[in-house]
Structures are given as structure tokens and as C-alpha cells.
Design a protein around this ligand. Sequence first.
Ligand SMILES: Cc1cc2nc3c(=O)[nH]c(=O)nc-3n(C[C@H](O)[C@H](O)[C@H](O)COP(=O)(O)OP(=O)(O)OC[C@H]3O[C@@H](n4cnc5c(N)ncnc54)[C@H](O)[C@@H]3O)c2cc1C
Length: 544
Amino acid sequence: MPESRRVAVLGGGIAGLTAAMELAERGYDVTVYEANDRVGGKARSMPVDDDAGDDGLLGEHGFRFFPAYYTNVVETMERIPDGDGRSVADHLVPTTETLIANTDGEGAVASTERPSTPREWLDALQPQIAGGEVPRRELAHFVSRLAVLLTSCDERREQEFEQQSWWEFIDADEMSPAYRKHLAQSTQSLVALRPEKGSARTVGTIYLQLLLGQLDPNAPAERVLDGPTSEVWLDPWHEYLDAQGVDVRLESPVTAIHSDGHRVTGVEVDGETVTADQYVAALPVDVLPELLTPELRRAARSLSGVERVETAWMNGVQFYLDRDIEVVGGHAVYVDSPWAITSVSQRQFWADHDLEARSDGDVEGVLSVIASDWDTPGVLYDKPGRECTREEAVEEIWAQVQAHLGEDTLPDDARVSHFLDPELSETPEGLRNDSPLVINTVDSLRNRPDPDTEAPNLAVAGDYARVDTDLATMEAASEAGRRAANAVLDATGAAAPRVEVWGLEEPRAFEPLKRQDRLRFRLGLPHPGEVGHDAWQLSRRLRP
Ligand SMILES: Cc1cc2nc3c(=O)[nH]c(=O)nc-3n(C[C@H](O)[C@H](O)[C@H](O)COP(=O)(O)OP(=O)(O)OC[C@H]3O[C@@H](n4cnc5c(N)ncnc54)[C@H](O)[C@@H]3O)c2cc1C
């Protein structure tokens, strides 16, 4: 093996493992240094009871969903054998429905199955985009804003829409409470990104992807895994990497990255300096800044922006139940929950995962719940999640779900036990979160580093890298891992084919309009849709 082919990957989450896999498959000698006792980072599953280990119940930071637009991560999964003659991608199963639940009514169920007629498509979309409550004129306004986005060129999105929030872009202040609840605030249940803070470019672009996914008759709108993430995907991935010769070192945190001001010269692991020819930093966004020395900043200027990338909390709890409470055939979104709560009832999807055997027959159902707002006071203790104890947070989340589903559907006596994200720990001031999630706030794009850094032997991967998939997700981590692998291939002058990378696709039909807009943008002219919008805003302001 030529010397220039030794690669150290720092961090074994989705991004790091993706880079490791691509490079190992191209003949590189790869070592992954991972701080935890298992791979997968934010996506990993963990034993609920250490004594039972992986044979007992498994917990997760939160359930995983794979919307239709995911391409990179799914293609990786297709290449990982599951040990049973199939690939781990075969463990993705489509959902059939989404529940939009209110506290004051029945809620609405939207189909997530492939629509076969325009009517079915409209029926599927109706509860999701409008909840049936938004006035028609406001709905039309929202659609016109989406149309502006869809026909805008990339330059305008990056330079204009990046500078305003989604809230401003869709004029949420001017609209009814129903509009704000269903069209503006609903994004927070997908990711811990407040519409007032999230850039219009990011939220709008991803919103379009999700809507287009609903439209596509060729692919399911969203999928989930048929078992806990480590069991059906990450553990087989680890085995596949082993088979490819990747040296995955667990419980090996990197404590320093050494640099001579031009390139990386080594990293500190377990008190020793280890060296490689190329380095891929696939560390979480809150860890990388701690390792930035003045020399490393000089070597890779763009890394300094990472300190300014903001994070928010998105953490989950699994409720283990003595019965299976299905709730809905997919996601449930609890629109009146102050903590922006969503859930998936897992058992219906976890085909071969025997909950009863793993719990001495006590557990028959798992309700996996994620809270994406830890700053708004809850309904039980009237304080935000950050100020709660772990136990209070669990009770608060249960109460908010129950307020939507009703005690008949979700009775207290169904509860056997629970597992709250262990990254949340108690301090005298409240909770501390050791695994916050990146949020793409207004004007934050410039703080995110390109995977190919200025240092000749350092690439960056991670869900905060500047890639096409513009939201902290497994798809973004996967895209960043692929781009980081390509940076290594370029830096080492490899003849091997470059790793294929897919960006976000929008319908080609809009290309001519985007081209026209690019011309207008270069001439300093607004998007045609913005001309009417400015007049509309003015008329609202002048209203008595
Ligand atoms: C509750 C929750 C639910 C989510 N749900 C979804 C979903 O449904 N769909 C979706 O697409 N995305 C989801 N996400 C987002 C997704 O999980 C992340 O964006 C993605 O997993 C990030 O991968 P990563 O490799 O960039 O980072 P990480 O997963 O953070 O990986 C970084 C790795 O580096 C390791 N590390 C840390 N410090 C060191 C060190 N000093 N030395 C060595 N290693 C170190 C960590 O242990 C970790 O393994 C969710 C996130 C959360 C928190």
C-alpha cells in the first residue's frame, strides 16, 4: 500500500463511516477514531439496560425517517450487506399515513402512499399543508411564495433568501393563527429549527423537497427502518467496514489535532500522537471548535466559521408499553404541543424485533417520541425542557402526547418503562445536552465549511458541512462524507473514479424560469414574483 494512502477519519457517525467506506473501497488504508463504544453517532441505538446489552431493549436519540428525496444515504445502504442475503436498504419500509393531531379535535390523517390520481395527491396534501383550517386566500399566498422559491436561481436563494427567515418570507406575521400554526411553525416538528430563525433558503428548499416527494408517483413519500437503527443498519455497516479492512477504533476520542499552520501533522488519541497522510474530520459541530488551534485555523481558514454555526435541541424518549398502540401508520405530529412533539409507534414497522423476548414478556409496544422545542414552557410544570429534570422532561412529553391522543388511546397504565436520550444530563441549572443539532439560521451558510478545506490533507464531513442537502440530516452527513472522500481522492491524485454525489433535485420544468431569474439577478432586478409581493406588503402596511 503506497504511504500516501493512509487516512485517519475522526468520528464514526454517518458522515465518517461514509467517507471511510468510499475510501476503503478504493484501496485506502483507513482508520476510524470514534469516541463512543459503538458507531453511528446521533443515529445509533443503545442498550436500555447495560446488563442485558444488545439482547435487551434498545433505545435511540429518536426515530429515523427517510423522506423520498434521500439519495446518497440510501445508495450507501444499498451497498451494505445485512448478513442475511439482502442489503440494509431492504430494511426501509414505506409509511402509509401521517397524523396531524390537535388537542381540540380529532386531527387529520394524510396518506403518505404513492398517489395514483391528482385527486389522491390533493387529498394527501390537504391536511399536511393546511390542516383544513387555513383560509383559502392565505393558502394561495403561501403557494405563491413557494412558486417564487421554486423559480428562483441558486444565486438569489443564496444571497437574498439566505438573508431572511422563513417566517418573514411567507409573511407569517400578516396571517391568521391557523396559517402560522400549520404552514409556518409546522417545520419545527421536522427539525429543531424555529421558522423565525431558519433561513428562508433552507426551510423553503427542504419544504419543497418534502412536497415534491408527496407528488412523486414513483417513490414512497417517506420510509422508516424495520428495526432499531444499529440492529438493521449500523452494526452490519461496521461489519462491512471490518471486511473492507477499515480499522474502527471505538472508545478512542481525538483530543487534539496538530498542525504546522499549513497541513495537519497528527492527531492525539489516548495520549499518543497518531499520524496519517490524509485526515477527515467527521466530528460533531460542537466538538470541532474545541480542537481548533491557531495553527489549524491558519491551515484551514474556513473552519473558524464552525464556531458560529448555531445548534438547538432535538431529543427523544421511547415509551415501552405493555400493549401495542399503533396511533397511525407513520408519523404523528402534535401541532398544539409547546415542545414541538412528533412520534412514531415502532412495533408496526419493527418486523423481526421481538420486544416481548427482550423484556421478559413485559413490553409489546414502543412509542418513540421526539421533542424539538426545549425553550417553550410545557403544560405540566410550566417551564421549558432545558429547566426540567430528566424525569420532569419525560412526564412533560408524555402529558403533551396524551393531551392530543386522549387518555383512552394512551392510558397511563400502558407504560412499563422509558428511555430518555442519555445525552441529556442534569446540572444545578437544569438539563445539559451533549448532542445538540445544527440549525441553519439566517445568514449562516457562510459559516459552514466546504468539505474540501484549505489545508491540503484535511477534509471535513458532517451534517454542518456546506453541501447541497441543506439541513442537518443523515442525507446531509452522507453527502458530506462522499464529498470529503472526493477531496481525499483529489488531494492524493488518485486515478480511482470519484464518488458519485447527488444534490437536491427540483423538476426540470422550472429550469427555463430559473434561467430567466438568473439573468434578472445578475442585472440587479428582483424576481418577478417579488414585484407583486412588494406591492402586496405595502398595501398591508398602509391599511388603516
Ligand atoms: C433526535 C434526533 C432525531 C433525528 N432524526 C433524523 C431523521 O429522522 N432523519 C434524518 O435524516 N436525520 C435525523 N437526525 C439528524 C441525524 O441523525 C444527524 O444529522 C446525523 O446523524 C449526523 O451525522 P454526523 O456523522 O454528521 O454526526 P454525528 O452523528 O454527531 O457523528 C459524529 C461522531 O463523532 C464522534 N465523536 C465526538 N467527539 C469525538 C472525538 N473527540 N473523537 C472522536 N470521535 C468523536 C461521535 O461520538 C459521533 O459518533 C436526527 C437527529 C436527532 C438528534
